[in-house]
Ligand binder design. Structure first.
Ligand code: NDP
Ligand code: 8X3
Length: 250
């Protein structure tokens, strides 16, 4: 039977690459994001190969999250796989200079947004005693680096929530896992540096960073294991990266 995957943050980077690979492998796809034109373009592209539905909402807006999920048509209302991917870093400053708007954005999107979406989808998985939730953490979920303070805290929270969800949802046979990528060349650094593309490009200079397709490929592997196999926690870095602060650059 065709499975349906609900992907947050599907308009760019890891989420977009995941939507593509899952579509190519016959999953039905629910694309989520804020940027309408991007949703429409990807919807059109993927509709040629699978069934697609798009939901435009901001994960920070609890009401919008619930309304969007409630609005799903019958053909998309059974969600087999939830990929909590929407998220970003905002700023890279020492704690004493941090912008509280950046802190709010990261906490509201990376932590509270993930919780709202999960809260809206878990009941149907619980009822069916079946489902798979994959949270996208980061190496920043496992270690802290200078100036990463609040972003790292939000990703540590994603790590804690993934463990907590796995425990609490265990009685309902719901698979919960987290994937923690190191540096992936997406729009992530452009967002972190507020559109400063020169600064963003430097992050990925001098080595071969992970590409969004590398993580998408792993997500496809994780969701396609037999149901008794749950890949609980995965840290993935480029060969050139040994930790958040050690990257071998030419
Ligand atoms: P991108 O910036 O390329 O993509 C981020 C996605 O999140 C976009 O589709 C964006 O869509 C969506 N998003 C952001 N804010 C919101 C919001 N408020 N409501 C709904 N959707 C939102 O970055 P990545 O693909 O790299 O990031 C995806 C995930 O991977 C994030 O959780 C990030 O923390 C994590 N990660 C990234 C790494 C990297 O080095 N790139 C490494 C480790 C983890 P839109 O703007 O249209 O809403
Ligand atoms: C993204 C990777 O190293 O910029 O989570 O925090 S890093």
């Amino acid at each position: 039977m065709t499975k349906t995957a609900f992907i947050t943050g599907a308009t760019s980077g890891i989420g977009k690459a995941t939507a593509k690979i899952l579509a190519q492998n016959n999953y039905k796809i629910i694309l989520c994001g804020r940027r309408k034109e991007r949703l429409e373009a990807l919807h059109k592209e993927l509709s040629a190969i699978t069934e697609v539905h798009s939901l435009q909402f901001d994960v920070r807006d609890k009401k919008a999250v619930y309304e969007a999920i409630d609005s799903l048509p019958e053909a998309f209302s059974t969600i087999d796989i939830l990929i909590n991917n929407a998220g970003n870093a905002h700023g890279l400053d020492p704690i004493q200079d941090g912008d509280t708007d950046d802190w709010d954005a990261m906490i509201d999107i990376n932590v509270k947004g993930l919780l709202y979406v999960s809260k809206a989808i878990i009941p149907q998985m619980k009822e069916r005693k079946s489902g798979h939730i994959i949270n996208i953490g980061s190496t920043a979920a496992k270690e802290v680096y200078p100036n990463g303070n609040v972003y790292c805290a939000t990703k540590h929270a994603v790590d804690a929530l993934s463990q907590g969800m796995r425990m609490d949802l265990n009685p309902f046979s719901i698979r919960v896992g987290a994937i923690h990528p190191g540096m992936v060349e997406t729009e992530f650094s452009e967002v972190r540096f507020k559109g400063d593309t020169e600064k963003a490009e430097k992050v990925y200079k001098g080595f071969s960073p992970l590409q969004p397709e590398d993580i998408a490929d792993i997500i496809h592997f994780v969701v396609s294991r037999p149901y008794h196999v749950n890949i609980a926690d995965l840290v993935v870095m480029s060969t050139a990266q040994a930790s958040s602060t050690i990257v071998k650059r030419e």
